[in-house]
Design a protein. Structure first.
Length: 152
């Protein structure tokens, strides 16, 4: 389910007050592939609710360049929302999800194996609130950039 940014903090607060574990991850999710689905399935196992922070179109352009995203934010959000492990999707415009993580304060912050613990944006915020920061192993050979290059 796609939620507006101003609704997500209130919802997560209510869920945490009920003792629910909130897992958060983020990304561009431009062309969904099996690496994404395996990653999201593993992330969901870490808690009761999985929230995905989705980079907006302008945010993806900042990170990946003018030729990206391939799919617009509405389409990417719809596809993510349809995936079984994903409970909520919210779109953010910033280059990083730092502000969104501050608003949500998830119990668990997850990133893929292409990150190190020191490079995960928002890790300090989550740890400060006694949360966990975890890395899920990267699925080799699965990336949107590789798919795009193959299509050229």
């Amino acid at each position: 389910m796609l939620l507006k940014r101003n609704s997500i903090a209130k919802l997560t607060k209510e869920l945490k007050e009920k003792g629910k574990i909130i897992v958060f991850t983020n990304g561009c999710f431009d062309i969904i592939h099996s690496g994404h689905t395996k990653y999201l399935s593993e992330a969901k196992k870490l808690g009761d609710y999985l929230i995905v922070g989705l980079n907006s179109d302008s945010s993806v352009k900042m990170l990946k360049g003018d030729t990206r995203p391939i799919n617009n934010e509405e389409d990417r959000a719809e596809v993510l929302s349809a995936l079984k492990p994903v409970d909520f999707v919210t779109i953010f415009d910033e280059e990083t999800p730092a502000e969104l993580i501050e608003e949500i304060i998830p119990n668990v912050l997850v990133k893929g194996g292409d990150y190190t613990a020191d490079s995960i944006v928002g890790a300090d915020t989550v740890k400060k609130h006694n949360g966990k920061v975890l890395i899920i192993p990267f699925v080799p050979g699965k990336s949107t950039s590789q798919i795009i290059n193959k299509m050229k």
